[in-house]
Design a protein around this ligand. Structure first.
Ligand code: FE2
Length: 353
């Protein structure tokens, strides 16, 4: 009988290992993309946009940490996110051609050997100097009938780890481009052979260097970045803090109008994350657009509750499964999967005392 470890190894082994591409964007494209970052902010933190509790965070990137011993405010880092495009729609006309370019789309199609594909998302991360508290995560999967607008990240992670929803999966691939000029850490760690095997890494520095990846099926993480002495969170850093460019040479973190940290641009780490959905044939395209074989939240919870019972897990059936913290914990513990080793050069940082 297959073990859960076999399942996790299979479920989190990508269709292909990451492929590196240098000089991903033209100088003109870079000007326009960075123009959006510098002009259109401020940008909110990823944590504020994604998680409402430590349990939710740990469901995605727990790696054995005990929810009772951590608070969300201990786990967040000054990493911020904004969107070039969302839900297949470009939000800024000056980068619309980049989002819909065949060059990006074909990278993803080639990785899967897929005939059809659809650009789906395009966002950027702006990271001030920070530790890496990320013990390895995978990006949200997509299922027919469910997408990021409907599924909280913790539930998406549980669904992916359980393997119970694979038949509804819409496969996605990513082109992630890194910008970080320092050689102090700041690389990309990834587990191309599954979470139980040794990781590999792309070390920094990089500028306009991309990886073509299958990130919903591969554990990965951004490493600590920025000068070591600058990596403590600003004293007043909180979920509501935002980041914005201040002229061409600096970025500031603010609480409202109050600046709580200022960093030279060369200490910042940026990434552009492009994602596309792929389809093997036109039947699969039809199933996706015609909604003839969709999941919904009721089905998801029915399937999960049935599986917990089958496994003999003790839990109280929740009246509101989306927000019941006891239920979130039971699911996260049942389907726990996490990397088991880290690169010597890039350990997981300790949560600061
Ligand atoms: Fe990721």
């Amino acid at each position: 009988m297959p073990t859960d470890i076999d399942h996790a190894q299979r479920a989190f082994t990508p269709v292909a290992p990451p492929r590196l591409i240098h000089e991903m964007y033209s100088p003109d494209e870079l000007n326009r993309l960075f123009g959006v970052l510098e002009r259109e902010g401020p940008w909110r933190s990823i944590a504020a946009q994604t998680f409402s509790s430590a349990e939710e965070f740990l469901a995605v990137a727990g790696a054995g940490r005990n929810p009772a011993e951590v608070r969300l405010s201990d786990l967040i880092t000054p990493t911020f996110r904004g969107y070039f495009a969302q839900q297949a729609v470009a939000l800024h006309e000056e980068v619309q051609d980049v989002f819909y370019s065949s060059r990006l789309l074909n990278q993803v199609k080639q990785m899967f050997g897929a005939k059809y594909a659809l650009p789906a998302q395009f966002f950027f991360n702006v990271r001030a100097p920070a530790r890496s508290l990320d013990a390895g995560h995978f990006d949200p999967q997509v299922w027919r009938g469910m997408d990021m607008m409907k599924v909280p990240v913790w539930l998406s992670a549980v669904m992916a780890k359980s393997g119970l929803f694979d038949r509804w999966e819409v496969r996605t691939g990513q082109v992630i481009t890194y910008f970080y000029r320092l050689a102090e850490d700041g690389g990309f760690t990834y587990w191309p052979d599954g979470p139980a095997r040794a990781p590999r890494r792309f070390p920094a520095p990089f500028w306009n260097d991309a990886v073509v990846v299958h990130n919903p099926r591969m554990f990965h993480r951004g490493e600590a970045s920025g000068p070591v002495a600058e990596r403590d969170n600003p004293a007043q850093f909180c979920l509501e803090s935002v980041v914005a460019a201040e002229g061409p040479d600096h970025w500031v973190i603010r609480n409202g109008d109050e600046v709580i940290a200022r960093h030279p641009s060369e200490n910042m780490r940026f990434l552009f994350h492009y994602g596309a959905r792929v389809f093997s044939d036109l039947d699969e395209v039809s199933r996706y657009y015609d909604h003839t074989d969709d999941l919904d939240l009721d089905m998801v919870f029915e399937i999960l509750v049935h599986d917990l019972r089958r496994r003999g897990v003790k839990f109280t059936e929740p009246s509101d499964p989306l927000t019941d913290q006891g239920f979130v914990k039971a699911l996260s513990a049942t389907y726990a999967v996490a990397p088991t080793s880290y690169p010597e050069e890039a350990p997981v940082d300790k949560v600061p005392a």
